[in-house]
Design a protein around this ligand. Structure first.
Ligand code: ZN
Ligand code: ZN
Length: 544
């Protein structure tokens, strides 16, 4: 059997593992690549998935970094069945429709931008609503803990991963070659024990090969109660100063967990009664409805609240902002308020507008409740940027920044180790996926030290041939395939900046002589930087 890592290899997005066993070829997840431009460029390289030859798809859960490329795969010729749990079916629909809408808007925006530069060929969206319709027609719901056979020679079992509603650990039994079967376990995104709403992650006990997520491989989370206290601190701080609390949150799961936390604070009488709570994300509003519909999948405590007729995902001062106009109205609301909006890493969506209106205000707070990937706006703010560019404007960061990691839907380091300690076959091989390399290395070290397993950290596009003795041969990808810089993007970004500089020429001339000299020197420095790059290219050309 052969496994190819088409994403979530030394990074947290783009989960996709393609398996080939006997005559069948199938995949676990098909997520969108998110973050730096070079990484997102991979979303447009669908050829390497060889979609028509994939027989079926096993989906762990409905987060976009696990399912977001499914419609692109279908567009590229995938016709097999997509297996996932019942709640995932509902969540998948709203996530993919939202994603298609974003793709269509972005393509339209890019086409307009190109037209302004005199290029009139239209940008094609990665996929559209029609591709989503076709994708949803391929979906097959499965129950937790009921084994099924998607094709001859392969059997599959879904177990609750306790990460988000409907999330799964996937166990696969398949033939390695003529000499028998192997059991592969994909942890998917692994939940945090005692997480609000969710049941604890199920245990797996035996595997020949374990594909283990490692998002928080290097650290533990604070506990949930402490995180709730921190959230309250942020709220009190901004309430006293009459400003707003901005919470960038993933629409799916994190939003509901924050709502639940606020519900608990409200029940304890600790939330200011005259501080409205805005949920400004149509996607998060819909996801919350799906959560309430499938409450039987939650832990005992949550089920009890629902069964008693109460809704722990709703508060008396909760206001839902559906339309763009509703969203804009929030900005003209005077006085303290809490605003939950997406995206969770602040690099897209309505949250950008709320940051633009509030990040420069002393007394406001920005509360991060989820993982911030490299290259995102959220990561820059968390890393302490003094100013940040949002919607074309450079803004000073004066709001207080809170990073609360106790709400995470991922297991922390000790929790991952504890989960892995539930396996009892010492020959098992572990492949670490879904984590940044530094975090993965830290986790690999701990696993080797404490549990004695052999650990491998595959690269993007690496292929591993799994052998019956639980060994494997790894084939590293060709170097040039690994990083593809989108030069067209880089150069047109520079172009755009020069153009806007030209538009500001009159403003420059109107500045004080000192300011003009300083800016001139800054620009000449940049210009000589570009000259150095060009000289570097020329000297390579000449040496050929
Ligand atoms: Zn996830
Ligand atoms: Zn994930």
């Amino acid at each position: 059997m052969q496994v190819k890592f088409l994403g979530a290899a030394r990074e947290v997005t783009g989960s996709c593992f393609v398996l080939a066993s006997g005559n069948s070829r199938f995949a676990v997840d098909c997520g969108m690549h998110q973050g730096a431009q070079e990484v997102e460029q991979r979303n447009h390289n669908m050829d390497i998935y060889d979609a028509p030859s994939l027989d079926f798809m096993l989906l762990t859960h409905a987060h976009i970094d696990h399912c977001g490329l499914l419609p692109a795969l279908v567009k590229a010729g995938f016709k097999g069945r997509i297996y996932c749990t019942l709640p995932t079916v509902d969540l998948l629909e709203i996530m993919l429709r939202d994603s298609a809408h974003i793709q269509e808007m972005e393509a339209e925006w890019a086409s307009k931008k190109k037209a302004r530069h005199g290029r009139f060929n239209k940008e094609v969206p990665l996929y559209t609503g029609l591709d989503v319709d076709r994708t949803l027609s391929l979906v097959n719901a499965v129950e937790y803990n009921e084994e099924f056979a998607p094709c001859e020679g392969v059997s599959v079992l879904y177990k609750d991963a306790g990460h988000i509603l409907g999330s799964a650990i996937i166990e696969i039994r398949a033939g390695l070659n003529d000499s028998g079967q192997a059991k592969l376990v994909f942890s998917g995104d692994l939940g945090r024990p005692n997480q609000l709403l969710m049941r604890d992650p199920s245990r797996s006990e035996v595997a020949d090969f374990l594909f283990l997520e490692s998002t928080y491989g290097n650290r533990d989370h604070k506990d949930e109660d402490q995180s709730r206290e921190e959230l309250l601190q942020a709220i009190d701080y901004s309430y006293q100063s009459g400003e707003k609390v901005i919470i960038p949150a993933f629409a799916l799961e994190r939003t509901q967990e924050v709502l639940y936390s606020l519900y608990l604070l409200h029940q304890e009488g600790r939330l200011p009664r005259d501080m409205p709570l805005f949920l400004d994300s149509p996607l998060a509003i819909r996801a919350t409805q799906v959560f309430s519909k499938h409450y039987r999948y939650f832990d005992a405590q949550t089920r009890e609240i629902f069964q008693s007729g109460k809704d722990p995902l709703s508060l008396p001062n909760l206001r839902l902002a559906q339309s763009a106009q509703d969203s804009m109205n929030i900005n003209s609301y005077n006085g303290p308020a809490i605003i939950i909006s997406a995206s969770g890493m602040a690099n897209a969506g309505r949250i950008k507008h709320h940051l633009r209106h509030n990040i420069w205000k002393k007394g406001a707070s920005i509360v991060f409740v989820g993982f911030q990937a490299q290259g995102t706006t959220g990561r820059k703010i968390v890393d302490g940027a003094e100013s940040i560019r949002i919607l074309g404007e450079e803004l000073a960061v004066k709001a207080r920044v809170f990073t609360i990691n106790g709400f995470s839907a991922h297991a922390g380091q000790s929790q991952i180790l504890k989960w892995v300690s539930g396996f009892y076959n010492p020959e098992m091989k572990i492949f670490l996926v879904h984590g940044e390399y530094e975090n993965q290395s830290a986790l690999a070290e701990k696993i080797r030290e404490q549990l004695g397993y052999e650990v491998h950290i595959p690269e993007y596009l690496e292929e591993c041939f799994l052998k019956p003795d639980r060994g494997y041969d790894a084939r590293k990808p060709a170097r040039e395939k690994q990083k593809e810089v989108n030069w067209d993007y880089v150069i047109s970004e520079l172009d755009e900046k020069i153009n806007s500089l030209r538009l500001h020429e009159a403003d420059l001339s109107a500045m004080s002589p000192e300011d003009q000299l300083k800016l001139r020197d800054d620009l000449l420095d940049l210009s000589s930087g570009i000259s150095r790059v060009i000289a570097g290219i020329d000297s390579r050309d000449n040496s050929r």
